[in-house]
Design a binder for this molecule. Sequence first.
Ligand code: ATP
Ligand code: MG
Length: 330
Amino acid sequence: PRRVVSGLQPTGELHVGNYFGALRRCVQLQEQGDDVMLFIADLHALTVRQDGQLLQERVLDMAALALAAGLDPERSVLFVQSAVPRHAELCWLLACLATNARLAHLPQYKEKSATMKEVPIGLMLYPVLQAADILVYRGTHVPVGVDQLQHLQVASQLVRTFRHRYGPAFPTPRPLLPDDGSDRIKSLRDPSKKMSKSEPDPKSRILLTDSDETISLKIRKAVTDFTPEVTYEPERRPGVSNLVTLHCLAADKLPEEAVEEAAGLSTAQYKRVVAGALCDALAPLRARAAALRARPATLRHVLRHGAARARLRADEVYDHVASRAGLTHA
Ligand code: ATP
Ligand code: MG
């Protein structure tokens, strides 16, 4: 089977972009028989300043949401990244093959580092750690959003470099790009940007824990344009089209169907339809997650179980790779 690897950073609360673009896709892949490994990327989160206590709480929040979304901790592997030290160990081996020039030119790095006075090395190493996350399990497929494509290219390049230097060790991981727009949910405040956990304005995203009232309010305030009717033209009308995409993902429709349904409605009226569809889709998820979140000991147990399974897989790959690199004394 295909081995799918995906991660969620505990840098904030999960939003609908993370859900439709990552979490729900992992569950769908699990249901179609893929071998899914989903990790909570606490090492990645450290590339920006975090409060340790809060980080641990968010890890449990995410575990609860992953289970609530239907991830089965027996068929799939759900774990916390730092509980599998091989990620960091392989990252070091790969970092020795990566170049400063390549990493410094990645748009995400340039964007994030631009606002910082002191740029941590870890921020630059982020895509290398991401490559390690995938390769340490010999991951074959990665359900990324378009925001991660360049990072996946770094991983492919590292696979090649590793092969030239030490011989074949990893398959080249392939992106799994959906065709329903779920990989590119836009910010509700600025539809030229993607929806993000770390964006300061909380109105830019719909959290999976938002109440029906909050969802409706955020959709009502969503930035659109001055054309009243509803059309689906992602390039020309990103704001309205983003609402159509959300509607379609929440209510399992095609854009043509959603637009047809919206015929005669103004954007303001259509926003009520979109909000209703999102509330219907998210309410059961929210309720299940809250029930699970009330049992932190169970969540920790699930995560420990996942980490134990992940460690077995990672050890096997790492032992092979480390001996190729001449690190055979451990
Ligand atoms: P941050 O702002 O801290 O980077 P984020 O919202 O980008 O947070 P990540 O934890 O970096 O979330 O990404 C988790 C997963 O969600 C990744 O697979 C990523 O591709 C996906 N993802 C993130 N944002 C979106 C989005 N707006 N639409 C679809 N998928 C997304
Ligand atoms: Mg991100």
